[in-house]
Design a protein around this ligand. Structure first.
Ligand SMILES: O=C(O)CCC(=O)C(=O)O
Ligand SMILES: [Fe+2]
Length: 422
């Protein structure tokens, strides 16, 4: 492998950051209560600055058992999720995530953005209240996307005395645990919170004593958000080594001499609806390091697009589509033929490091800077375990593809010095 390429690949591999952030926040005096519906005409109240066991038992009794999504069906299975829930319609709280300072954490840490939040408004929508009594837990799942604008989840753990119930993130090969029970012990008014990219698998360990009471929220991009990058110039500057390495790669005349594409498998999955989600629209919604890679390509004047990655079992080739296939997509003819005939709707790719000549001339030479972990399947159900069943949205595997001009046309290449520059 070219040395310039090997170096760039290594830096891209290291370019990741935890897609979660945890912390604590103080509930303000006089604004620490929850009101909830016990039945059509009775309301309960808990002041979390001053909770009693009886309060918690009453709240637990007002809950219904929490269900979850398995293969697009809503199921109740206490071997997988054991918890009580109250829907958003049946609760009202006196404090907001904004009051708790969590919105800043979302921008600054989860999205690693220094862009003014006015430019990229988000919606923080309350979803459920959950009560995890002794022995309650929630096994590994992702949070079901409720729209293609949903990027994250927020959990607020209210101040109650309990043990266990850690929130555990499964991030690549690492398990990162947040002991929220410990965190809320700081003061009687200390709440704990976790914000995370909702496509990251996580679980709640069993509660061993007491009641763990949570509010969960869905995080969405506002529909009207401008198409602004969410990664700050600062963040790119900090990753200067990555930019330098990419510039060196592009200058290397042996790297894709006739041009082609540079592909990046992304760190996150993105929600889509096969009928309405256009991949081009997803570009401004990339999360964390994925947004950083897009900015990096822009900085060195490479054109980028997002593609859905599929594997065609008939031909054994990988295909990049500009759209997602339906959930029950039935591919009768060879998909590759289909793509080639439709033109512009997708690319058939080959790896020039492995194959010297493509089988068909339409194929594009693509080198993976960050290798694909997984591809989409045409026939499988998408979300296996979610916190809700969803027939409309699922997470898909997306990659970022940068078009690489032939070596002679690349900015900074020795051959291009006589060419007019843009
Ligand atoms: O309570 C938590 O810490 C996480 C809950 C959760 O993952 C969910 O409700 O989907
Ligand atoms: Fe969850």
């Amino acid at each position: 492998m070219l040395e310039t390429l090997a170096e760039f690949k290594e830096l891209v591999q290291e370019y990741r950051q935890p897609p979660f952030s945890t912390g604590v926040a103080e509930l303000k005096e006089g604004a620490s209560s929850l009101f909830y519906a016990i039945d059509a005409s009775t309301t309960g109240r808990i002041d979390f600055a001053n909770v009693t066991d009886t309060d918690l038992e009453k709240l637990a009794a007002a809950c219904q058992p929490a269900t979850f999504g398995r293969n697009q069906e809503d199921v109740l299975d206490e071997g997988y999720r054991k918890a009580g829930k109250l829907d958003a319609a049946n609760i009202s709280v006196q404090f907001t995530p904004h009051d708790l300072g969590v919105v800043d954490v979302i921008y600054n840490h989860l999205l690693r953005s220094a862009v003014d939040s006015k430019d990229r408004p988000i919606n923080v929508e309350i979803y459920k209240l959950n009560v995890y009594g002794p022995g309650a837990f929630f096994k590994p799942h992702v949070d079901t996307p409720r729209s293609d604008k949903m990027f994250g989840s927020l959990v607020v753990v209210l101040p109650t005395v309990h043990e266990g119930g850690s929130l555990i993130f499964h991030w690549g090969d690492e398990d990162v645990s947040f002991d929220s029970a410990q965190a809320v012990k700081i003061q009687p008014t200390t709440a704990a919170f976790a914000v995370f990219a909702s496509d990251i698998e996580h679980e709640v360990a069993p509660v061993t004593s007491g009641y763990r009471v949570t509010l969960t929220y869905n995080l969405y991009w506002e529909a009207t958000a401008k198409n602004r990058p969410i990664v700050s110039v600062d963040a790119i500057e900090r990753d200067g080594a990555l930019k330098e390495s990419l510039q060196l790669l592009l200058k290397d005349p042996e790297f894709l001499p006739d041009g082609g594409a540079l592909g990046f498998a992304l760190n996150h999955k993105y929600p889509f609806n096969p009928d309405s989600t256009r991949l081009q629209n997803v570009l401004p919604w990339l999360k964390g390091p994925d947004a950083g890679l897009r900015e990096l390509c822009k900085e060195v004047s490479l054109e980028v697009s997002l593609k859905a990655v599929y594997f065609d079992p008939d031909s054994g080739e990988d295909i990049l589509l500009d759209y997602f296939f339906g959930f029950n997509g039935d591919v009768s003819d060879s998909l590759v033929e289909h793509i080639v005939e439709m033109e512009q709707e997708g690319l058939v790719i080959y790896d020039p490091e492995r194959v010297s000549e493509p089988e068909r001339e339409e194929s594009v030479a693509l080198i993976w800077a960050r290798p694909l972990q997984k591809v989409n399947r045409f026939h499988s159900a998408y979300a296996a375990y979610g916190n809700e069943a969803s027939l409309e949205y699922a997470y898909g595997e997306v990659c970022l593809v940068a078009t690489i001009p032939p070596a002679s046309e690349r900015i900074g290449s020795s051959d291009s010095s006589d060419m007019p520059s843009a």
